[in-house]
Design a protein. Sequence first.
Length: 492
Amino acid sequence: MSLSINNNITSLNAWRNLKQTDLRMSKTMEKLSSGLRINRAADDPAGLVISEKMRAQLVGLDAAVKNSEKAINMIQTAEAALDQVQKLLDKMRQLAIDSANTGVNDQAMLQANQDELDEAIESVTRIAEYTQFGTKKLLDGTLGTQFTASGNTIAAADFKAISDTTKAGGVRLNLTTSAEQATMTIGEGGTADVSFNAGVSFSSDSTLITGGTDLTFNINGVDFAFASGTTGSTMAAQINAYTDQTGVTATYNAGVITLTTEDYGSDENITFTTRDTKLDTTAFVDYGKDAVADVTYANGSTITFDKGDGLTLQDADGNIIVLASAANTAGDKGQVGTLTVGKAEFQVGANENQTVEVSIQSVKAADLGIGVSGVSKFQSLEELMSGENGAYTNGVFVDGDSDALAEAILVIDAAIDEVSTLRGNLGAIQADNLQVQLDSLRVSYENLQAAESTIRDTDMTLEMANFTKYQIMMQAGTAMLAQANQIPNNIL
């Protein structure tokens, strides 16, 4: 072999290998102490880029899981409050059925029922106003659709089926068809729907002349008989005495009795029959007519409300408008109110636009039981109360109007349906949307964490094996360097 003093190549070779072993051992110790395979970009540039994107996604998934959990907690808070509202409504229905038992109840019993009803209705409104999640109110309509009417064109409105915020703002109403009551006339000449035959008339003093026999006919199932000498105003008064049964009112003027249904709409009718020969028509039927309107929202979209009941208008989505009878004239009514569309938006995904929206309408008593079919005496649940908010000063139970009591039960039933439907919707959102999304997020987080771990975490068993190997190589390299440093001594 070649021996030299100035350059010990063997020693340099041993030093170089020992230096590389020392570097590898340092990296292995760093991986073992940190638990990470990639501690700096130089360890695996491509792996670092991929794993950092995964880490960003993991942070988003973790936040989305927490968001979904909080959203579920919020829904559960609202649903628990609605459960209490439902119990109050059930109690109201019990009171209404009890109050309808007029054969047993005296005035004191009815007053006690009314007092309890008033308190229950006030409690419903209090729950709606006080239920909060943090500082966010849940049941007062803030998270739903609210309509504020202006003027006297609309008696009530309920737009809870609208969730599109672009529709918020002024609401314009164009009444294309006026609602009508069923009507008919009885009198002299050919202008009346049912005319008198020869020998029957009203005299100059409005006295009925029938040739000494009764004039008999039937209105909506109730028989009437009027003798000669009865005045037209008396005939009208006797017909009006049975309005509760017939739903028809009568007026007399200038030899003509005009019959009109109390309520508007195609469900209202006058069915008139007679079996004597004093009238030229043995049977006559007239029906009312439902109002039809076009509603234009702030974004310019127009919806036809043609599924209503008399003065109550409804669109295909279930939004309701109740016209004031004084404004029941076809024509453009202009802006009749302002629509506010609110909603709760939950970020339930790790990326943008991965949201779930929830609308919760107001469950205040004034916003329940609006536009119920067949109800003309009450515009909302609140009007069942006594006092200034009620349709009857003493309350529906105390007033003693059997028709009003029957309508009150319909209003309560409608309120029960509205609240139970809302609870069902919230339950569906929780069970079929938020909870499913939450379970999916947890699975995604687990799998993405596993993938990120594969790229970035240290394989401890492999690195311990490397550490042992490099430790032995360090010892061997140190020994060989010492031996290589002794080679120049051989020259001596």
